[in-house]
Design a binder for this molecule. Sequence first.
Ligand SMILES: [Zn+2]
Ligand SMILES: [Zn+2]
Length: 289
Amino acid sequence: MEEIREGVWFVAAENRGKYPFSNSLYLEGQKNILIDTGTGSFLKDLSAKTDQVVLSHYHRDHVKYNHFFKAASFSIHSADAPGVESEQGFYRLSGLDNVNVQEYWNMVGQSDFGPTKIDTYLNEGDIIEHDRFKIRVLHLPGHTPGHCGFLIEDYNLVFAADLDLNRFGPWYGNPGSDPEQFRHSINRLRSLKPEIMVTGHSKPALENIDQKIADYAAIIDQREESIIEYLRKQPCTLDQLVDQKIIYRRQYEQTALRYFEKNMIHKHLESLLKRGIAAKTEQGLYEAL
Ligand SMILES: [Zn+2]
Ligand SMILES: [Zn+2]
């Protein structure tokens, strides 16, 4: 754990922050708050002194060790709550009905789902009560419908979870994900001009944050341009576009990854259709206009 500001601890995740782990933030005071629990099994050491666990969103890499915190209260946005409250809700929000579920669990390095009882539901603009810090809830959808960031106003420090500034770029592979909302959430975060940005899977960003956020947002545009470029060559099916590996950019044997690639490409196509940049032919092929 690293104290990045007085009373604010960055908890670096196992596996250098890579999936299926994610970084946490720990806020000290009369009441101790932990944001996200996917850091590693060492979080057990914090379980006795943590009063509240705040979850950024329902993904397993951010809620992995919820079960350690038996005495704490739990909070998450209502749109993502079903994903932690029940296994059925998790599959529904994940859109995993159509993929090999066992393969998915292997991929995330887990074998089962444990439900979490949620005590309070977060909303945009809520202030999370704390004796030392003013913690504002930022509803930043796009990655998931209920994805939230948290602004520690005292330090202009944002915990932005999976609005992550990594090189892979924004991820929007769930049924309720939305690249347009993601773009909007990124712009909103940028307008706050945070001085420190802590995210789920990267090291804390302390400088050039504005540029880093702009670069991250540009990845959505680059993907869209690659899709348009391919459609200009010839009308094609969704599966043909998925074969181009525009998003994951590598070979993947796991059907779950292909499934997520397909969802993300499909989200782009829906957006292009809506904006009149692409159309669907009578044969069901996508074409550029
Ligand atoms: Zn996530
Ligand atoms: Zn994550």
